[in-house]
Ligand binder design. Structure first.
Ligand SMILES: C[S@@+](CC[C@H](N)C(=O)[O-])C[C@H]1O[C@@H](n2cnc3c(N)ncnc32)[C@H](O)[C@@H]1O
Length: 276
């Protein structure tokens, strides 16, 4: 961890990546207790549950490997999963945030089908941009501008570094900026249509404050606004989707479940809404 990240994490240790921590714990148990130790850990629910847990582990390792290859290719550090309890944030919504984890490149590609066809005048805002992978990928698909809003200074600083180092390849990048702020305080840009992406950043409490800002923006500017809500946990998304629907300010444009991609640890559930 670099010096400048050290003040952004809670006292104690550098934030531990959840997957590496799990892998290290398994190696420790195997060294100390051998196969019986591993079996005690995963076999308590019977062989079928053990098999499914091993399958999950293999999938996580596979995703971590593919995403770290993506990082190497693009000169970035976007992989891993860090729990919110390990980092400090700006604002008072820490308890409502999910975790710092990036979208898989193939999942991103799948979701681009919900982006407007003409993006040349549109801005994409990634609410909860983490280490920046989604915003960086979005900056390669023709938006006028991409903005990532992230409340963890730790993740935000990494995203800034990634922006400096990112090698987009192909046709280059749109303008991309990262802002260290709580989503509730972010002011939407007034020029042109908006594609607002919420890749499972936070729960209903924060949505209750973010959605009115979006609705006011629509009333004031009359610009087209599209919302994309996605994530692997339908139980977290369901109340949010209901909240957006019940606001009466949006019409549902699409809804579904993604395929399971080789670089993603889970399918994604998604909903697309257009401002009415
Ligand atoms: C699941 S990650 C998504 C990262 C990124 N959008 C991607 O897909 O690659 C969710 C991110 O939202 C951030 N977050 C949660 N609540 C937030 C809030 N109120 N304001 C800004 N960021 C928030 C978390 O710190 C985390 O980095």
């Amino acid at each position: 961890m670099s010096e400048k990240h050290s003040a952004d994490v809670l006292p104690g240790e550098a934030p531990a990546d959840w997957w590496s921590a799990k892998r290290k714990a398994a190696i420790r148990i195997f060294r100390n207790e051998g196969v019986s130790g591993i079996w005690r850990k995963i076999g308590a629910g019977g062989p079928l549950e053990a098999l499914s847990r091993v399958g999950d582990e293999i999938r996580c390792m596979q995703c971590a490997l593919i995403c770290s290859i993506w990082d190497k290719r693009h000169h970035t550090q976007t992989s891993g999963l860090i729990g919110m309890e390990q980092v400090s944030v700006v604002g008072s919504n820490k308890e409502h945030g999910t975790a710092i984890v990036s979208i898989s490149p193939r999942m991103f590609k799948f979701l681009t089908r919900f982006f407007p066809v003409d993006r040349s005048n549109a801005t994409l805002v990634d609410f909860g941009s983490g280490k920046g992978r989604l915003a960086l990928l979005a900056s390669t698909v023709g938006f006028r501008k991409v903005i990532g809003v992230e409340y963890s200074p730790f993740a935000h600083n990494i995203a800034q570094e990634n922006l400096k180092n990112f090698r987009a390849g192909g046709d280059g990048m749109s303008e991309c900026v990262f802002i260290n702020a709580d989503a509730v305080d972010f002011q939407l840009p007034t020029q042109g249509p908006l594609m607002l992406v919420f890749n499972n950043p936070f729960g209903l409490e924060v949505w209750r404050r973010v959605l009115p800002n979006i609705v006011s923006h629509r009333k004031e500017t009359g610009e087209n606004i599209r919302l994309l809500l996605s994530g692997s946990m339908p139980e977290v998304l369901a109340p949010v989707v209901q909240f957006v629907r019940e606001s009466g300010h949006f019409t549902e444009a699409a809804q579904g479940v993604s395929p399971l991609f080789i670089d993603s640890y889970s399918r994604y559930y998604y909903w697309v809404f257009d401002a009415a």
